[in-house]
Design a protein around this ligand. Sequence first.
Ligand code: HEC
Ligand code: HEC
Ligand code: HEC
Ligand code: HEC
Length: 181
Amino acid sequence: MKKLFFVVVLVVAAYLVMPSTSYAQPYGYEGTQVCAMCHKTEKQGQQLKIWQESLHAKAFKTLQTPEADKIAAEKGFSTKAAETKDCLKCHASGYDVDKKLLGSKFKIEDGIQCETCHGPGSAYKPMAVMKSREESIKKGMVFYEDKTKYCTDCHNSESPTFKGFNFEEMYKKIEHNVPKG
Ligand code: HEC
Ligand code: HEC
Ligand code: HEC
Ligand code: HEC
């Protein structure tokens, strides 16, 4: 038993010291328009429309405003907000990956887009994969059991304009379920 335990510890330790980049999955960002092909009709649940009408769709454009540049300057950044990683990390996707991983329809202007929350979709977007949650997750789709986990990465006090986050109230504003039946 003891020996087995030791081996397990070694394997775990080896895993922990491996450079994390060797595990990084090179999934690419496709862009909202690609997801929308199958997620826009009433029957599908109108995810495209719900997202377009949410502030998430404007999150990058918000960084291009004088108000945002002022916040960035006050935080001590010498770059414009839309060029500052510490702002982009909660207002955009795809700014920090190899350009080869960005599909032709991908737009940074789409701000917090489908793949910001659901993971880059180059491998899970085919219909045959999408139909199975399990297969989609294997191919990079992010699916959390606890919905609040999708939100608090960004809706937290690290945001310079944070005023608190009430999950129930905020979730209602962006909910985009597939209609049952
Ligand atoms: C070829 C069509 C197609 C494309 C393209 C597509 N999807 Fe899907 N997706 C589906 C189908 C079909 C389902 C199964 C549920 C349903 O009927 O809507 C699904 C389910 C999902 C689910 C729910 C998974 C679950 O288990 O509850 C998410 C999240 C999702 N898609 C996100 C995306 C994102 C993000 C993109 C873009 C990268 C995308 N989809 C592109 C067809 C597609
Ligand atoms: C990647 C970062 C990020 C994630 C993840 C995220 N948000 Fe946001 N959210 C933002 C940003 C940035 C804004 C402000 C956009 C703007 O004003 O331009 C925002 C704005 C909103 C708004 C509009 C605010 C209002 O008062 O109407 C709602 C609602 C919202 N988010 C809900 C959610 C929910 C619910 C989740 C989790 C399911 C979530 N967000 C996940 C970054 C994020
Ligand atoms: C930890 C994630 C996070 C970071 C980092 C972040 N933001 Fe935001 N930002 C948000 C969220 C979430 C909102 C929605 C309102 C809120 O809860 O703060 C938002 C809203 C905004 C707004 C809209 C103002 C408002 O009152 O709604 C501006 C402007 C803004 N951010 C600028 C910036 C700038 C500039 C930076 C970089 C210095 C930055 N943000 C960094 C998450 C973030
Ligand atoms: C702010 C984060 C966020 C964004 C942006 C976002 N989603 Fe979602 N999405 C969620 C959450 C949270 C759920 C609920 C997951 C659950 O039920 O546990 C969800 C669920 C879904 C589902 C499954 C619904 C069901 O009834 O099973 C689909 C399909 C989906 N999203 C597609 C999209 C598409 C397409 C876009 C872009 C147009 C998009 N999402 C944008 C967070 C997001």
